[in-house]
Design a protein around this ligand. Structure first.
Ligand SMILES: [Zn+2]
Length: 325
């Protein structure tokens, strides 16, 4: 049963209350950093580095003794299996978010991304403490797996003196499985707004490109020093090394370099089948896009196309291509 807009608003307000707060008190590792655990980790990973395993060699190295493999960072404070009571009895903020979302139909979970940073090597005797903060809970997103919320946490690891050892970010998607959404949408009870297509991820390199699209142009990045054209956008000219990059507007004239017709998986927010095309622009660069106004059986390599920027129902502007009559 999809949530009504009011129910969704209430849920999202509750989710945002967690943001910026620790999931609970700092948690100390059960054991200090120790050689048996380091050896067991190296066995599991097939890592034979002498700095982790051989006291004599480690002593002669720049470490001047055994150190722990940096990627073990999370292991020192990880709960034992028995300590997980499950999300029905949440013991921290993350588990409370999971329970809240489960109760609202977002029953599935998948870890999607993690990054770690290491401030110094851990050595036997170090006592590790972790403190985790909910960094963000996204707006509702449509993904290939289903509709859901991304939950980002950041964990900081410190030693017995309170000095930083490293950090870890962790992202999970808590979602309604796609099949379930499709079933609900086909039923008479479907009341939720149709999910929008996934927004383009924007970073330092590609945000200026999307800003040009927003103004109705099909942009091509150009080096302001040597004039070479690039796609996708990058921070530095691959030809002359200049970092002075700009944009020109493509004419939109092009030909289909290759294409694929995508039938599955049918994630929400898109019309299927999708005609995904790689276009040779007349300016010389290639652009991945969608071909509209064309049946899948009619698309062919070398086909002349014309691009334009079109705005979807969700207000998102995208360069798309249509066959030239
Ligand atoms: Zn250049």
């Amino acid at each position: 049963m999809p949530l009504t807009p009011d129910q969704k608003k209430e849920l999202e307000a509750k989710l945002q209350e967690f943001v910026g707060k620790p999931i609970g008190p700092p948690k100390a590792g059960r054991d200090a950093v120790n050689e048996p655990m380091i050896r067991a980790w190296c066995d599991a990973m097939g890592d034979a580095n002498a700095a982790y395993l051989d006291p004599e060699a480690a002593k002669a190295s720049l470490h001047e003794g055994i150190v722990a493999q940096p990627t073990m960072l999370q292991a020192w404070t990880m709960d034992g299996f028995e300590m997980h009571k499950g999300y029905d009895e949440p013991v921290n903020g993350v588990q409370r978010i999971h329970k809240l979302l489960t109760e609202h139909g977002y029953t599935s979970v998948v870890a999607t991304n993690t990054e770690q940073g290491y401030t110094r090597y851990l050595v036997p005797g170090d006592e590790v403490t972790e403190e985790t903060v909910i960094e963000s809970v996204s707006e509702e997103k449509a993904t290939a797996l289903g509709i859901g919320y991304f939950i980002d946490t950041r964990t900081r690891y410190t030693d017995q003196n309170g000095d930083e050892l490293g950090w870890m970010t962790f992202r999970v998607l808590k979602f309604i499985p796609a099949q379930q959404t499709a079933a609900a949408d086909s039923g008479e009870t479907a009341a939720a707004a149709a999910p929008a297509r996934i927004k383009a991820p924007m970073g330092h390199d590609n945000a200026p490109w999307w800003n040009e699209v927003e103004q109705g142009k099909i942009p091509i990045q150009t080096c302001n020093q040597c004039g070479k054209l690039f796609h996708p956008p990058r921070p530095m000219c691959g030809e002359c090394g200049a970092m002075d990059m700009g944009y020109i507007a493509a004419s939109g004239k092009g030909t289909v370099h290759t294409f694929t017709v995508m039938h599955h998986p049918q994630f929400p927010g898109y019309d299927f089948p999708i005609l995904a095309v790689l276009i040779d622009l007349e300016e010389g660069t290639r652009l991945m896009s969608n071909l509209l106004g064309c049946k899948p059986e009619d698309v062919h390599i070398g086909m002349a196309v014309q691009g334009s920027v079109e705005e979807g129902d969700d207000g998102m502007k995208l360069p798309v291509f249509r066959p030239v009559a």
